[in-house]
Design a binder for this molecule. Structure first.
Ligand SMILES: [Zn+2]
Length: 438
């Protein structure tokens, strides 16, 4: 690929002395900190784009310094879809002599190769064929080589152990401007990823190697940064805490990456700086509720989220936020637990609600025509105010609502929280039609 672009450049140079050669932009070492404001701006500029929520799309972009300008570009850059299925070769590890002793039947080189193929298969399946791979045995004509290295990975600093590396710096080359204002011409290639199959304790279990391949493949498929959400495969975390499958965020993000035209510019920003962040505020205007309720038949309740707020389904309820999963100001959380009364629930879990904070106020409350208890918790650190409300369902459940906002904005959010709390309807669990997750 590199050779081809060089040839194109030479041909252009013949056209006249004004045509400059070399890349339009080069990788920037600066990090970018996305916000919901630049994300919303991107969505407004691409109203037709198919992007599933929730996602971490902005964290996938690579940062590039524009030549001859004090401007950086954030670019979504990945393999051309015509390259799929990618020809993949998995190289079995040659295990070093000192690790050899520990070699047992469970950890034969083939077990690691199989683990790598399971990871490739997981990506194919999770993305529904958006990406695909084919197995090549020889080392020639390979798009992507997965080198399993039978050594302990490097330890760049105390407590940090590298278990895999994907060279992303040169993966995306920006060739030139596009006919479209919001894109650049890109070429993308990751020829090799390295996975170390041992750490200081010896050889790793194959399933851990599989998780590491899974994560590194995410980079190789076009993820320049890391997810900000710990439950995601692409969260930056090492070792055995890594998750073993793609989350909904991972799936939505990679699908969105491959649905956008290659080379789409996510944002433009001043050289080496972040975009100025809008001041934190509650949503403008009077509190408004979404016309459609969020109905949770599993747990037996419904609420109307604030208009424009997002509902994120959680195992025991829902979290409604005034932004994105990775950037919001306030949250309204509903959790349903099986307890005969609020008193018995608080006896068991009251401390967990206060944690490192202190109860500033508390008292009885009527919510949804039922008896409830309210307490305001001020954390000893940080600047958030939490209001916890415990509603007794009367049928062996406690419906817990936690409303959280920064101290400085708590009053601005009061009408929103009050409106959402006022819309709560407690119903028998399991007796309702399909969930209305949005
Ligand atoms: Zn990573």
């Amino acid at each position: 690929m590199r050779r081809r672009s060089a040839a194109a450049c030479a041909a252009l140079a013949f056209a006249g002395p004004l045509v400059a050669c070399g890349p339009l932009a080069t990788p920037s070492p600066e990090r970018f900190h996305p916000t919901r404001f630049d994300y919303e701006a991107f969505r407004r500029a691409h109203p037709e784009a198919e992007i599933g929520e929730p996602n971490y799309l902005p964290f996938m972009a690579g940062r590039f310094a524009l030549r001859g300008k004090e401007e950086d570009l954030l670019v979504l850059c990945r393999w051309e879809v015509t390259r799929f299925p990618l020809a993949v070769h998995v190289e079995a590890p040659a295990v070093s002599a000192e690790l050899q002793n520990e070699f047992d039947r469970m950890k034969e080189p083939n077990a690691f190769v199989d683990a790598a193929w399971r990871a490739l298969e997981s990506w194919q399946q999770a993305l529904g064929g958006v990406v695909s791979f084919r197995r090549v045995r020889g080392a020639d004509d390979v798009d992507l080589r997965i080198r399993l290295v039978g050594e302990v990975g490097p330890a760049p600093e105390e407590g940090v152990q590298v278990l895999g590396t994907t060279p992303m710096r040169d993966a995306c080359r920006i060739g030139g401007r596009s006919l479209w204002k919001d894109r650049v011409e890109v070429e993308y290639e990751v020829p090799e990823i390295r996975i170390y199959v041992a750490d200081a304790h010896g050889l790793l279990p194959p399933d851990q190697v599989e998780r590491n391949v899974l994560h590194e493949l995410g980079h190789a498929l076009g993820m320049h940064g890391h997810s900000p959400i710990p439950a995601d495969l692409m969260y930056e975390v090492a070792r055995d805490r890594r998750v073993d499958e793609l989350s909904q965020q991972d799936v939505n993000s990679f699908r969105a990456l491959y649905r956008q035209p290659n080379g789409t510019i996510y944002a433009r920003l001043p050289r080496g700086q972040d975009l100025p962040r809008a001041a934190a505020s509650a949503p403008n205007g009077p509190a408004q509720l979404a016309p459609e309720p969020f109905v949770d038949p599993r747990n037996g309740y419904s609420i109307h989220p604030g208009a424009g707020w997002r509902a994120i389904v959680a195992p025991r309820g829902v979290i409604v936020i005034d932004g994105l999963a990775w950037d919001y100001e306030a949250s309204f959380q509903v959790i349903v637990r099986s307890y005969p009364s609020v008193a018995s629930y608080l006896e068991r879990h009251g401390d967990a609600h206060v944690r490192g904070g202190k109860v500033a106020q508390q008292g009885p409350l009527g919510v949804a025509g039922r008896r409830a208890t309210w307490m305001r918790v001020l954390p000893l650190e940080g600047d958030m105010i939490e209001d916890h409300v415990f509603v007794e369902s009367g049928d062996g459940r406690v419906v817990i609502v936690i409303m959280e906002a920064p101290k400085s904005l708590r009053n601005d959010f009061t009408p929103w929280f009050d409106a959402m709390l006022g819309s709560l309807v407690v119903r028998p669990p399991g007796g309702l039609a399909a969930p209305a997750a949005r």
